[in-house]
Design a protein around this ligand. Structure first.
Ligand code: ASP
Length: 345
């Protein structure tokens, strides 16, 4: 019988109302007992590294989850992480970079309604996550939620209430789950859920244990002052800049001091990293299309997010800058695909 490590971290799935608002209370053991249908499916070990609303999840917590996986890796066939939905896409992306090329599936799930709610989605999500984690064809980091299986670098929370909360962005879902049946796609990698960069069947994945948390995301809004880059310098080494449309950065003046161009090039020249992406949810970016983007298109210090999600860009940049600050190596690591995170090289 296969062995699964259930890693409970909190979230709505574990939450109860205590008069001050929903907050995590149920333990992983209690949650597992609430789904009697999973008894006999596998040998289940439950660990509880934290019990928090995922609003409070930080990069240091991603490393704690990574440590639990690393410690339990050899003794288990798969991992199911119970997690709040609000930042699940960030944690799934972070784990994709921290645990690369895992032949054993690492599944994140949670629910929109607490386990104790009358029409909760918690039971089916736990059940289907275990089914997916037990399937021989599953591997690497994925979110299983609302009947969809999404690569860990491609998820975004798209709905605050509906049970199909997550969407796979710019990449097809790896599989759908209909009650007990896993229906896998036929595209590259999706048939087996294998990552293009992973060496299938290796004894241990490539575990990484350093992140640089000094990374933030900044969304352009009309009229935003370029001075914001100067203000961010003390606290951050990298900015993920959500530009307009397919890749537009405002230029109100002549590009001189006080302009975005000046502020952005100054940011890069000071040894910091900038990643350009789009605030449009789907189809990615191309800085070369409009004049308001092209000035940045060929600058070697400006990294292009392509069709990646902001969630994955934040996590990948934290991982890359945790490995190196050498600009050539930063570019090399940034553009190397991991767990289907980019399709444009
Ligand atoms: N606030 C909760 C959390 O992210 C929401 C959820 O789990 O659905 O922990």
């Amino acid at each position: 019988m296969k062995k699964i490590l259930l890693i409970a971290t909190g979230g709505t799935i574990a939450s109860r109302e205590d008069g001050r608002g929903l907050s995590p209370a149920a333990t992983g053991e209690e949650l597992a007992r609430s789904v009697p249908e999973i008894a006999g499916l596998c040998g289940l070990t439950v660990v509880q590294p934290m019990n928090i609303d995922s609003t409070n999840m930080r990069p240091a917590d991603w490393l704690r989850i990574r440590d639990v996986i690393a410690q339990g890796y050899d003794d288990h066939d798969g991992f199911v992480i119970l997690h709040g939905t609000d930042t699940m896409a960030y944690t799934a992306a972070a784990l994709s970079y921290l645990v690369q090329g895992s032949a054993k599936p690492i599944v994140l799930t949670g629910s929109q309604q607490p386990m104790g709610a009358p029409f909760t989605d918690a039971k089916l999500n736990i059940y289907q996550s275990l089914l997916y984690a037990l399937d021989d064809a599953s591997r690497d980091v994925a979110i299983v939620f609302g009947g969809a299986v999404i690569a860990g670098t491609r998820a975004r929370k798209q709905r605050t209430m509906s049970y199909n909360a997550f969407k796979s962005i710019n990449f097809p879902p790896l599989a759908l789950i209909r009650t007990e049946k896993i229906i896998r796609g036929t595209g590259a990698g999706a048939a087996c859920g294998a990552s293009a960069d992973a060496e299938a069947g290796g004894p241990r994945p490539n575990f990484h244990d350093t992140l640089n948390p000094r990374v933030c995301a900044l969304k352009l809004t009309p009229g935003l002052t370029p001075a914001v880059f100067g203000l961010l310098k003390a606290a951050y080494d990298a900015i993920i800049l959500e530009t307009f449309g397919i890749g537009g950065i405002p230029e109100y003046g002549d590009g001189g001091a006080g302009s975005f161009q000046h502020a952005i090039f100054d940011w890069v020249d000071s040894g910091r990293t900038i990643v350009m992406t789009t605030q449009v949810p789907e189809e990615g970016m191309d800085l070369g299309v409009y004049e308001v983007g092209r000035v940045y298109a060929d600058h070697p210090g400006i990294l292009k997010g392509g069709d990646m999600t902001t969630e994955a860009l934040v996590a990948k940049t934290m991982w890359v800058l945790g490995q190196t600050r050498d600009p050539d190596r930063v570019r090399e690591l940034f553009y190397a695909p991991v767990n289907f995170d980019r399709i444009d090289g």
